[in-house]
Write a protein that binds this ligand. Structure first.
Ligand SMILES: Cc1ncc(C[n+]2csc(CCOP(=O)(O)OP(=O)(O)O)c2C)c(N)n1
Ligand SMILES: [Mg+2]
Length: 440
């Protein structure tokens, strides 16, 4: 993509000016079920439903030869790619729209990589290659009022919920018009006003109690909301993850937790991170429902999140969704992932979430090849405009460095939905002296 071409009018540029604020989530929540008949879930040995249409049978083993340690794969890597499992809730139109978000997610990250290589980025860049279904389809299943808290790989979720590619690009470039006005080079920003996004927290696991708290706060103000966040197979081992999930389970809070079981935590394979095979089994210990899905199947991600969101809206508590997939790049741009056995990448490349959904839509004739080409061209054009905008934006003025670091009256802390009144629907009103008093 050229940086010099004049920005064409794109739907993104029509939506909103330069900054992060202003756009609302693009997705509404669908009402009715589709007529899709899905195969019954396989139940694993601990009673956890597994929706996947294939259960890959291989593992990573550590091999030591002299002073060298490397990883090898044991098992069958030649199994056929499974079909997409029809969605119970996605209409044709919405399935095509979801596919578009995934294409946008992928191509925006390609643009980011190019910007990095052109030294336009001030720090590192993080990618969710191979995880676009997990980021986009889950965010797409939220209702307009629900909350989400992305991790670094969930940039697609931000796009779905109303951020622009230029916000993400400018943030990496530390531009003055970026969400943090150049004060952070990665993804530490949120939007509690319109898009209901809590900022990512780098300390792995810390978002979980925060999102449980958002759900509790909303309940105290009379609303049962779904609060979606993601955690890696590595991150879910932290103590604070346990504390956050446990709290949500005990208080039946609307936490929707997607464990991105992407087989690696930096250079540690899952086999050397946890002794359980399915991370969803941990839901049993927390006392909450868990489900295993294929994280490269957008329809499974959507349906599992949709059902978890419904539970949250009914005030029935959290859900743990283990999405099995593969991190197809290194930890960040500086990491070539040389520790990953080659054939593992090859296996998962055949299960690329975008290729799979594209094939599904074409085979179902929900999208013609011409419509597909046109759509991809439109996404490219939109991204080119976003990128031009970001590249041509100014860096912050030096005197702004100390501004906005602490709140200097830029916003007031107040209940979002109303004065706190309820502990739980079934428990009736709290006494004035309990929750409400904090806001007086
Ligand atoms: C509490 C904590 N410990 C360690 C780190 C350093 N760190 C950042 S990402 C990462 C690996 C995370 O792996 P995983 O949770 O599986 O997520 P993935 O990168 O695979 O998406 C580590 C160890 C951190 N940010 N926070
Ligand atoms: Mg991981």
């Amino acid at each position: 993509m050229s940086t010099r071409s004049k920005a064409p009018k794109s739907s993104a540029s029509k939506r909103d000016p330069a900054t992060s604020n202003g756009a609302t989530p693009s997705n509404g929540r669908p009402g009715s079920k589709t007529s899709a008949k899905v195969p019954p879930a396989r139940i694993n040995q601990y009673g956890i439903p597994d929706w996947r249409l294939e259960q890959p049978e291989f593992e990573v083993v550590e091999v030591t030869s002299g002073p060298e340690v490397h990883y090898e794969i044991r098992g069958d890597l030649n199994t056929p790619v499974p079909p997409i499992r029809d969605s119970k809730y996605l209409s044709q139109e919405r399935c095509v729209e979801l596919y578009r978000w995934m294409v946008m997610n992928r191509r925006m990250e390609v643009a980011l990589e190019n910007l990095y290589k052109q030294s336009q980025v001030v720090g590192g860049v993080y990618f969710g290659l191979g995880q676009e279904a997990c980021s986009c389809a889950s965010a797409y299943a939220l209702g307009p009022d629900d909350w989400f808290a992305p991790m670094i790989r969930n940039q697609g979720a931000q796009l779905v919920r109303g951020f622009h590619a230029r916000d993400i690009m400018m943030q990496y470039m530390a531009k003055s018009g970026s969400p943090t006005h150049g004060k952070d080079g990665t993804s530490h920003y949120g939007d509690i006003e319109k898009r209901h996004m809590v900022s990512p927290i780098s300390m792995l696991g810390d978002l979980l109690p925060v999102m449980a708290g958002v759900s509790l706060g909303a309940r105290l103000q009379g609303k049962e909301l779904a609060c979606l966040t993601w955690i890696g197979d590595g991150g879910q081992s932290t103590g604070v993850s346990y504390e956050g999930i446990n709290f949500a389970a005990v208080r039946k809070l609307g936490l929707v937790l997607i464990v991105e079981s992407n087989l690696w935590a930096y250079s540690t394979p899952t086999e050397y991170q946890v002794a359980v095979k399915d991370l969803a089994n941990r839901a049993i210990g927390y006392g909450m429902p868990g489900v295993i899905i294929d994280g490269t199947d957008a329809c499974q991600v959507y349906d599992a999140t949709y059902e978890a969101v419904e539970r949250a809206h009914r005030g029935e508590g959290p859900t743990l969704i283990e999405a099995k997939l593969m991190r197809m790049k290194g930890h960040a741009i500086h990491d070539a992932a040389a520790y990953v056995p080659k054939e593992m990448h090859e296996f998962w490349r055949k299960r690329d979430p975008i290729d799979r959904l594209e094939k599904y839509l074409l085979e179902k004739k929900w999208l013609t090849p011409q419509q597909n080409q046109k759509m991809v061209a439109e996404v490219e054009k939109e991204l080119e405009a976003e990128r031009d905008f970001a590249v041509n934006s100014p860096m912050p003025e030096p005197h702004t460095a100390a501004e906005g670091v602490y709140c200097d009256g830029c916003h007031t802390v107040k209940p979002k939905y109303g004065m706190p009144q309820k502990a739980r629907r079934s428990e009736g009103k709290l006494k004035e002296s309990e929750a409400a008093i904090h806001f007086k």
